[in-house]
Write a protein that binds this ligand. Structure first.
Ligand code: MSP
Length: 524
């Protein structure tokens, strides 16, 4: 792999460390994991970052309420909740950034000092509403009125009034450059609905942003005014760049890493935090003369009872509630398959059970177990001679092209559908050829073997294409097809080679798989 080529760099939001990981967080991170695994299988060098957002008033208050020092509190949450959660979901991130790490805090201070030195920061007075849940300064028009009390529309909780001497960032200077940027580069903010929202927000005019707080101390000290800490969002947004060496000397290790990764290719975010990523963050970078990210993609919300699922509304569902029933790979598959990326969607046990049974257990799992059973029964477990079927072959080529296009455009549903359509087609092929009937007459031996080889070869392709989505299951299938010995590990199989027919070697030992998607237990 070439090292001087820039990596495909993808980030997730850094999650509030205080929250218990729920399926909303997992939705974003799994999407990032699938996309980066796909790009790795395209042979690209990839860098995938996730992490935790650990400063701010909310964290300080909960640590205080629990009688624990904030640093101990966040250390515990990362070790006990966040890291195990991502491991359990088989997330292959390359790095995990925590905003309390020295590598982050030092670089934030250096960056901030450089903005101050170049005149982008001034001192002023902030007076206005603040939501601690969002850690966000609100505009009066953002709030909802409940019997005369002003509530945050996201948390439905009362806002607090802040009245402080703060440091301000001249955000307003960048409204026009950002508008020009999004008009010239529509791919920089997606989907289209998100871009329209950002453009109309910018057109409405943008005020300067208070970027420090003086009434509590759980944050990064402002380097020239130690009585203030950096506003938690200003600190948090910088994680994407501090994690790869922002502000380091170009000849140092950090500087080289920065050159090899920056600008980020995709910031994946939920639509709740779009403005931070598509307005404030690129403005901060523009002020510093640093390239801005190539794309911010805002996906929709997982809803419960029609509202954004969240811990504060007690509607958070833990990933393990679902994985214990359906398994990790079905969890990774389901949300990306069922909800167009960019739209809101609801989780329902019924829909997930239905898709699990029809798409994963019947269409995919059964195909794999039937093939292995037939090769064992009719060919003593040995893969017969290489053969080819023109219809399957050309359908596969079209599938790879379609799936690759969709995945790279973050249309996960379109990509997975294309692959599962091919799976259906292979099932149709087996049903039509009826190998169990062919097996009754030795005169059909050659035809029987062709059908079995073509089916095995199709499963080889399915295993590779579905590997980014369901890595553990596809590794089991790979093993069962006897593919590893000749073709190597599945993670190294290239998307661009998938459609090359005839890769499974004749004579490979095909083993029965454990059932890939076991029948669901019913609690009735
Ligand atoms: N800490 C900030 C982000 C800072 S990034 C520089 C934050 N954290 S969060 O824990 O609230 O996580 C927000 C992200 O989690 C959302 O942007 C989204 O990616 C994901 N989701 C949280 N709840 C979600 C749903 N109900 N549905 C879909 N995604 C959700 O904001």
């Amino acid at each position: 792999m070439s090292t001087d080529k820039k990596a495909f760099y993808l980030t997730t939001p850094i999650y509030y460390v205080n929250d218990a990981p729920h399926i909303g967080h997992a939705y974003t991170t799994v999407a990032g994991d699938v996309l980066t695994r796909w790009h790795r299988q395209k042979g690209e060098s990839v860098w995938f970052l996730t992490g935790t957002d650990e400063h701010g008033q909310k964290v300080m208050r909960t640590a205080d309420a629990s009688g624990v020092a904030p640093q101990d509190w966040v250390d515990r949450l990362v070790a006990d909740a966040w890291k195990p959660n991502w491991e359990a979901l088989n997330i292959a991130n390359d790095d995990f950034i925590r905003t309390t790490e020295v590598r982050h805090t030092e670089r934030v201070q250096k960056f901030l000092q450089s903005l101050k030195d170049s005149g982008h920061i001034y001192s002023g007075k902030y007076e206005g509403p603040y939501c601690v849940g969002c850690e966000e300064f609100k505009l009066p028009g953002d709030l909802i009125d409940s019997n005369g009390e002003k509530l945050c529309p996201i948390h439905s909780k009362p806002i607090e009034l802040v009245n402080e001497e703060n440091w301000f960032f001249r955000l307003s200077d960048f409204a026009q450059p950002l508008l020009d940027h999004y008009k010239k580069n529509p791919e920089a903010c997606q989907p289209e609905s998100a871009r329209n929202e950002v453009v109309s927000f910018l057109e409405g005019g943008v005020s300067d942003l208070s970027i420090s707080r003086s009434t509590f101390d759980w944050g990064i000290p402002v380097p020239w005014d130690k009585k203030q800490v950096v506003y938690v969002w200003f600190d948090a947004l910088l994680n994407y760049a501090t994690a790869v060496g922002l502000t380091d000397d170009p000849d140092s290790e950090g500087g080289k890493k920065f050159a090899a990764t920056w600008p980020a290719d995709v910031h994946l975010v939920g639509k709740d935090i779009l403005r931070f990523h598509a307005v404030i963050w690129p403005a901060m970078l523009m002020a510093a003369g640093i390239d801005i990210p190539k794309k911010v993609f805002a996906h929709g919300w997982l809803l419960v009872a029609g509202e954004k699922m969240s811990k504060s509304k007690l509607t958070g569902i833990a990933p393990s509630d679902i994985t214990t029933h359906f398994g990790v790979d079905a969890f990774r598959y389901y949300f990306l398959r069922a909800i167009p990326f960019g739209s809101d969607g609801s989780f329902s046990w019924e829909d997930m059970s239905a898709r699990y049974t029809s798409e994963l257990a019947n269409d995919f799992g059964n195909l794999a177990s039937r093939l292995a059973a037939m090769i064992e029964k009719y060919c003593d477990g040995i893969l017969p001679a290489v053969s080819s079927d023109e219809v399957l072959k050309s359908a596969l080529a079209a599938t790879v092209e379609k799936a690759d296009f969709a995945m790279c455009a973050l249309d996960f549903q379109g990509g997975i559908n294309a692959i599962m359509e091919y799976c259906k087609r292979v099932n149709g092929y087996v049903t039509e050829k009826e190998p169990w009937i062919l097996a009754k007459d030795p005169a059909n031996k050659k035809e029987l073997e062709e059908v079995l080889y073509n089916t095995a070869e199709s499963l080889r392709a399915l295993a590779v294409l579905l590997h980014p989505v369901m890595p553990a299951t596809c590794e089991i299938l790979w093993e069962s097809l006897g593919a590893q010995e000749k073709l190597g590990v599945i993670a190294n199989q290239k998307i661009s080679d998938v459609a090359t027919w005839g890769q499974l070697p004749a004579g490979a030992r095909v083993k029965k798989t454990p059932v890939l998607f076991p029948r669901l237990e019913t609690n009735a």
